[in-house]
Design a protein around this ligand. Structure first.
Ligand SMILES: Nc1ncnc2c1ncn2[C@@H]1O[C@H](COP(=O)(O)OP(=O)(O)OP(=O)(O)O)[C@@H](O)[C@H]1O
Length: 267
């Protein structure tokens, strides 16, 4: 199990000739991702979702600091362990496709990423993965700049899913993708969960979250306001704000207009 306990994150605001002021971005973050579980993390833009994943990986910018505990199987992991667990126990799918090096062929990047987990998959396994994601074999020879955004995103997903990472931290895997390809990826992540992995998946798509995630965590105003089983959301559960957002989806026939602010419904 991957667990976050009382995680806090703040960013330094530099000042001339004076110590920096620390502005809080995240506070009181408590969240668990079990093996075999897909947890969706939803929240507005700029709420700190990507930074939350980066703090789990120990990849925060130097202007930020975090506190609290990150545990794997009930053992607290320190900064040095974070480094060795990256790409190994902790897989990462970054939000931006610019994470691919434009000067290195795609196949080499997949090989390098998966090597971090200590076991390079066979060529045949890589090919099967590409086929599953509707990607051609020739892509392995191509450089990232010749890929579409959706292709590049699927390459980044392949880097994490082909590794042996027990927990995959996935930042907006469905961005750049049409619905068909988004569902292929999510079905695959779900099948990896069924094989024993755990996935923490940032998304803005509540409809996909409700259909693919086991649980949904809502990040708002710097903290996790609620965590709900997706089946409960589909059956009318959760806060009135989350439920009205759910009901307002086109797939739910636009029943309500959601309150723009979370606290308006929870005041
Ligand atoms: N490297 C950085 N240095 C300083 N501030 C940053 C840095 N990265 C992010 N931030 C700030 O931290 C806040 C949270 O950013 P983050 O990218 O985690 O949001 P998010 O919830 O993932 O947003 P989105 O849904 O738009 O991707 C934002 O205000 C952002 O401007």
């Amino acid at each position: 199990m991957l667990q976050l306990k009382n995680l806090e994150l703040s960013c330094a605001k530099e000042r001339w000739f004076r110590p920096p002021v620390w502005n809080s971005i995240l506070h009181d973050i408590n969240l668990k991702v079990q093996a075999r579980e897909l947890v969706a993390l939803v929240g507005g833009s700029g709420e700190g979702k990507s930074l939350l994943l980066q703090s789990i990986l120990g990849l925060l910018p130097s202007t930020m600091r975090s506190s609290g505990q990150i545990l794997i199987d009930d053992c607290i992991i320190n900064a040095a362990q974070q480094q060795t667990l990256r790409g190994n126990t902790l897989g990462y799918i970054p939000q931006s496709v610019s994470a691919l090096n434009p000067l290195v062929q795609t196949g080499k990047q997949i090989q390098r990423a998966t090597k971090l987990s200590g076991k390079t998959p066979s060529y045949q396994t890589i090919l099967q993965q590409l086929q599953q994601y509707n990607l051609p074999e020739k892509l392995l020879e191509q450089y990232p700049l010749s890929l579409s955004g959706g292709m590049a995103k699927r390459v980044l997903v392949s880097c994490a899913t082909l590794s042996q990472a027990r927990f995959i931290l996935a930042d907006e895997v469905t961005a750049w993708l049409d619905n068909h390809h988004a569902e292929i990826l999510l079905s695959h992540l779900k099948s990896l969960c069924q094989q024993g992995r755990g996935v923490l998946w940032i998304t803005h798509d509540l409809h996909l979250a409700a259909n693919f995630a086991d649980r949904i965590a809502v990040l708002h105003q710097g903290t996790i306001k609620e965590v709900i089983h997706s089946s409960a959301l589909r059956h009318g559960g959760g806060s009135s704000w989350l439920q009205s957002l759910w009901q307002a989806l086109p797939e739910q026939h636009f029943i309500h207009t959601p309150e723009p602010l979370y606290h308006a419904a929870n005041a």
